[in-house]
Design a protein around this ligand. Structure first.
Ligand SMILES: [Ca+2]
Ligand SMILES: [Ca+2]
Ligand SMILES: [Ca+2]
Length: 535
C-alpha cells in the first residue's frame, strides 16, 4: 500500500490549487479578527491536499482548519489583524508529495467605525447691548473634542442679527463619521440705553389772565430700539404768569428714560382784558375782579346799596342800574338823596382773599349831578360799615365832578357823626370839568415802608384814551381821626389791640366801592386786582 502510494506519489508532480474565497480581494475590513476562508484541492489522481496554511504579510505560516479531516474543499482560519493598512493574505496548499501552491489577496484593515459623538461645550452665554432693532452679536467659539476626528464640522443656527430678546443658539458638531452633538448658548440682547429727547423750543407768551393755555409743541425723541417711545410731560393744563419749567420725559419699552426741560414764560400783559393799561403788575394768586360787561347784575361779587333795579322810577330808594344799548356800557343813577349818599357799587373780595394792595380802575361819564360838585370816589380796604361801626375803616380817593380837586381821606370807624374821618388831603387844578365826557380813574393803594404806612395814588385817564397820569398821592403815616374807635369797642384787625385814632389801615378789606354821590353816570370797564407794589 505504501509502495503503491509512493508510486502514485512519485507520479504526482502537480501542486494543488488553493483559493481564498473570503474576504474578497481588495476588501476593506475592520480592525480585529478576520475570518479567512478558502478552498483547496489537488490535481486529478494527485496525492491529495495535505494541508493549507496561511500567513499574513510574509510572516510565518500557520495551519488552517479543514472542513473535516482530510477534506480541504473548504478551510478557514481566524486571523487577528490589528495594524491599520494594507495586508497581504497568502494561502499555501501542500500535497502529500510536497508540491505547493500559493495564492494571495490584498485586503485593507481600517479602524472600527466611529460611533462616539464629539463632545461640545458652547461658548459662554452672551449679553449684548442693542444697537438697533437688530443687533449683531459676537458668539465666540465652542470647544469641540472628538475621539477620532481632530476637527469636526461645527455649525450653529444663529441668525445674522438678533432681536431684542433672548435667543437660544444651538451649536452642532459633526464628526467625520457623522456623529452629531449639540449644545445651546443663550444670546441676550438688552436695551439699557436711554432714548434721546430734545424738548420743544422755549415759549414766551403774554397773558391777560392768571392762567394761560399753551401749545407746547412736540419734543424730538429717538431710541435705538424702540421706534415709538412714550413721551410725557408734567405741564399744568394752564400756565400761571411767570416761568414754569416743563419736564418732558421719554421712556422706551425697556424702561429707560431721559428728560429735557422746556421753559414756558408767561409775561403779564401790560393791559387788562379791557385793553386798559396796568400801572403796576398783578400779584399772582391775588384777588382779582373785573365787571361782567354783558351782565353786571348777575355778578355774584357785585352789589349796590340799595340793591339795583333796572326800572327804578325814583332812584332815591333804589339804585337804577341798566345797560345802555347799543353803546355797551352801563348807566347807574341815584339822585335826590341826602348829601353824601348816592351810587354805591360794592365789590366783595373773594372769600379768604381780602382786598389789600389793589389797583382799582373805572371809566365814567358824568351825566347829571344835582349836588354838583360831588366826586367819583373809590373806597378802598373797607369792611361792611353799615353792619358795624367798627367796619367803617377805609380810604377814600376821589376826583371832583368839576375836575378841580383830587383828594384822599381815611375813615377808621363809621360813627355816623362825622367822627372817625381824618382830614381830607387834596390837590387842586387836576383837570377840566368832567361833565358829559368819559374819563378813566385809578386808585392804587399799597403798604409801604415795610408794612408800616399806606400809600394811595390817584391816576387819571383824562381823555379816556388810555393815557394815564398820576394826579395825586399821599402816604398815611398815621393820620389822626376825631374821636377814638376804642370807645366803640373797635379792635385793630391786624394787631388785635383796641383801635386808636391814628391807626393805619394796613390790613385788607372785604369790600371796595365805586361810588358817586347824588349822580347819574355811565360807567364801564370796572376792575380791581391785587398788585405787586413798587419797592
Ligand atoms: Ca499534486
Ligand atoms: Ca467620534
Ligand atoms: Ca433704548
Amino acid at each position: 500500500m505504501l509502495t503503491e502510494f509512493s508510486a502514485q506519489a512519485a507520479l504526482d508532480k502537480t501542486p494543488p490549487s488553493v483559493k481564498i474565497l473570503s474576504p474578497a480581494a481588495y476588501s476593506t475590513l475592520p480592525q480585529g479578527d478576520v475570518l479567512v476562508q478558502g478552498s483547496a484541492n489537488d490535481n486529478n489522481k494527485g496525492s491529495g491536499v495535505k494541508l493549507v496554511q496561511i500567513r499574513i504579510d510574509n510572516g510565518a505560516f500557520s495551519n488552517t482548519i479543514p472542513k473535516s479531516t482530510g477534506d480541504w474543499s473548504s478551510w478557514s482560519s481566524l486571523q487577528n489583524i490589528t495594524i491599520i493598512g494594507s495586508h497581504k493574505i497568502e494561502a499555501r496548499a501542500t500535497d502529500f508529495v510536497g508540491n505547493q501552491k500559493s495564492n494571495s489577496i490584498t485586503i485593507t484593515i481600517q479602524q472600527p467605525p466611529d460611533t462616539v459623538p464629539p463632545s461640545i461645550t458652547p461658548p459662554p452665554n452672551v449679553t449684548t447691548e442693542a444697537t438697533g432693532t437688530l443687533t449683531a452679536a459676537t458668539l465666540g467659539t465652542p470647544i469641540v473634542i472628538d475621539n477620532k476626528d481632530p476637527s469636526p464640522a461645527v455649525t450653529n443656527n444663529a441668525p445674522a442679527f438678533f432681536q431684542l430678546e433672548i435667543t437660544i443658539v444651538r451649536w452642532t458638531a459633526t464628526d467625520s463619521a457623522g456623529n452629531v452633538a449639540s449644545a445651546d448658548q443663550t444670546v441676550t440682547i438688552v436695551d439699557t440705553t436711554s432714548p434721546s429727547i430734545v424738548a420743544p423750543a422755549d415759549i414766551i407768551l403774554e397773558s391777560v389772565d392768571d392762567f394761560t393755555i399753551v401749545d407746547l409743541g412736540i419734543p424730538t425723541t429717538s431710541d435705538l430700539v424702540d421706534l415709538s417711545p412714550i413721551v410725557t410731560n408734567n405741564a399744568p393744563t394752564t400756565f400761571p404768569i411767570g416761568t414754569t419749567q416743563v419736564i418732558w420725559t421719554v421712556t422706551d419699552f425697556s424702561g429707560n428714560s431721559a428728560s429735557a426741560i422746556q421753559t414756558v414764560t408767561i409775561n403779564e400783559s401790560p393791559t387788562d382784558s379791557f385793553g386798559i393799561t396796568k400801572i403796576y403788575p398783578t400779584k399772582i394768586g391775588g384777588p382779582k375782579w373785573q365787571m361782567n360787561s354783558n351782565d353786571i347784575l348777575t355778578d355774584p361779587q357785585f352789589s349796590t346799596i340799595p340793591p339795583p333795579n333796572d326800572a327804578c322810577a325814583t332812584p332815591a330808594t333804589c339804585t337804577l342800574l341798566n345797560q345802555n344799548t347799543p353803546e355797551n356800557d352801563w348807566h347807574v343813577a341815584r339822585v335826590n338823596v341826602p348829601v353824601n349818599e348816592g351810587i354805591r357799587m360794592v365789590v366783595q373780595s373773594p372769600p379768604d382773599n381780602l382786598w389789600l394792595n389793589t389797583e382799582m380802575t373805572g371809566y365814567y361819564k358824568l351825566e347829571n349831578s344835582i349836588y354838583y360838585p360831588q366826586e367819583f370816589i373809590h373806597v378802598i380796604r373797607s369792611g361792611t360799615p353799615h353792619s358795624s361801626t367798627c367796619q367803617g375803616y377805609s380810604y377814600y380817593a376821589g376826583i371832583s365832578f368839576d375836575g378841580d380837586v383830587a383828594k384822599i381821606q381815611k375813615s377808621l370807624y363809621h360813627g355816623g357823626d362825622r367822627l372817625g374821618y381824618s382830614q381830607t388831603s387834596y390837590t387842586r387844578g387836576t383837570t377840566t370839568p368832567l361833565d358829559n365826557r368819559w374819563i378813566g380813574m385809578k386808585t392804587i393803594t399799597y403798604n409801604v415802608n415795610d408794612n408800616t404806612a399806606v400809600k394811595i395814588e390817584i391816576w387819571l385817564d383824562d381823555l379816556a384814551d388810555n393815557n394815564w397820569r398820576k394826579v395825586y398821592e399821599q402816604t398815611d403815616n398815621g393820620w389822626t381821626v376825631p374821636g377814638d374807635p376804642a370807645n366803640y369797642g373797635c379792635i385793630n384787625p391786624l394787631t388785635g389791640l383796641p383801635g386808636s385814632s391814628t391807626d393805619i389801615i394796613l390790613w385788607g378789606g372785604t369790600e371796595q366801592q365805586f361810588r358817586a354821590d347824588n349822580a347819574e353816570i355811565d360807567f364801564n370797564s370796572l376792575s380791581i386786582r391785587e398788585i405787586v407794589p413798587p419797592q
